[in-house]
Design a protein. Structure first.
Length: 282
């Protein structure tokens, strides 16, 4: 009997030891698998990439909401029926938790519909490489509106945003430039907003270009040259006035008879627009 009891205890210890070994092996395997899966996830997550552009603007929600409320209450009270909270939510849903290189026009469609508003005829001012001058002009002269003077442009001007599939869904560290990926949140937004701004133009429209740029005042690759010019409606727009501006003290690389302006005029003429061009419009 003592011998049988000793054998039983030995068997119990053996079973217990085997169980412990199996449990330890399972734990080690689980840790290894978790490590591999985490490593793979980190490799593919856009959050692990360091993009070249600045990250999402801090306090983005407060900034966008503040600008929206200011626009529809102080600047253009006739737009008071705009729902700024819905506008913010539609902007957020366009990019949050999404790969910042895989944004589509469909993502922004609800925002465009919520924030759009009519542009009075003869007031549209387009610009390329004349950002500061164009906006100093519209601030002092209420007769003209740039895209950045519309609700959409006003909310987004000099603001940055992009998402990430990983929590918290927004990347505050960096966002991709257009050169890194075409379908990034900023590029897709401004292309859609620019297209809508051009489609809304009517009457006489103005275009302010920079004649001090050596490569030419009109560039086919610019937003104006690739999007806005082709979305002006000849049935609504009666004429296009080109203002060719030169930097103060800078070179006068091109005039209204220059090579790139001739190319611009040719495109506009093909689309049946009347054209005028003025050097250094004052």
């Amino acid at each position: 009997m003592p011998f049988q009891q000793g054998s039983a205890r030995t068997r119990q210890r053996t079973v217990l030891l085997v169980g412990i070994v199996v449990l330890l092996a399972a734990l080690v395997l689980a840790v290894v698998l978790a490590s591999v899966l985490t490593h793979e996830k980190q490799e593919v997550s856009p959050q692990m990439l360091k993009w070249k552009d600045r990250g999402t603007t801090k306090n983005l929600q407060e900034l966008v909401l503040g600008r929206c409320y200011n626009y529809v209450t102080a600047r253009y009270p006739e737009l008071g029926d705009k729902d700024c909270l819905k506008i913010w939510e539609s902007l957020k849903h366009a990019f949050i938790y999404k790969n910042p290189c895989n944004i589509t026009s469909e993502d922004y469609q609800p925002l465009m519909e919520l924030a759009s508003h009519p542009i009075p005829c003869n007031k549209s001012l387009f610009w390329s490489k004349t950002n500061d001058l164009a906006h100093r002009y519209t601030k002092s002269n209420q007769n003209f509106l740039t895209l950045e003077d519309t609700l959409l442009g006003y909310m987004a001007d000099r603001v940055s945003w992009c998402g990430d599939p990983s929590a918290p869904g927004i990347n505050y560290e960096s966002c991709p430039k257009r050169s890194e990926c075409e379908s990034n949140p900023s590029s897709v937004f401004w292309k859609m907003a620019s297209k809508m701004f051009a489609e809304a133009a009517c009457g006489v429209v103005q275009v302010m270009l920079n004649g001090s740029i050596e490569a030419g005042a009109f560039r086919s690759s610019s937003i104006f040259g690739s999007i806005e010019i082709f979305n002006l409606n000849p049935d609504k727009v009666s004429a296009v006035h080109i203002w060719l501006m030169h930097d103060l003290g800078g070179p006068q690389s091109e005039s209204c008879s220059g090579h790139s302006i001739k190319r611009l005029k040719s495109i506009l003429e093909e689309r049946n627009f009347k054209i005028t061009c003025e050097d250094n419009y004052r």
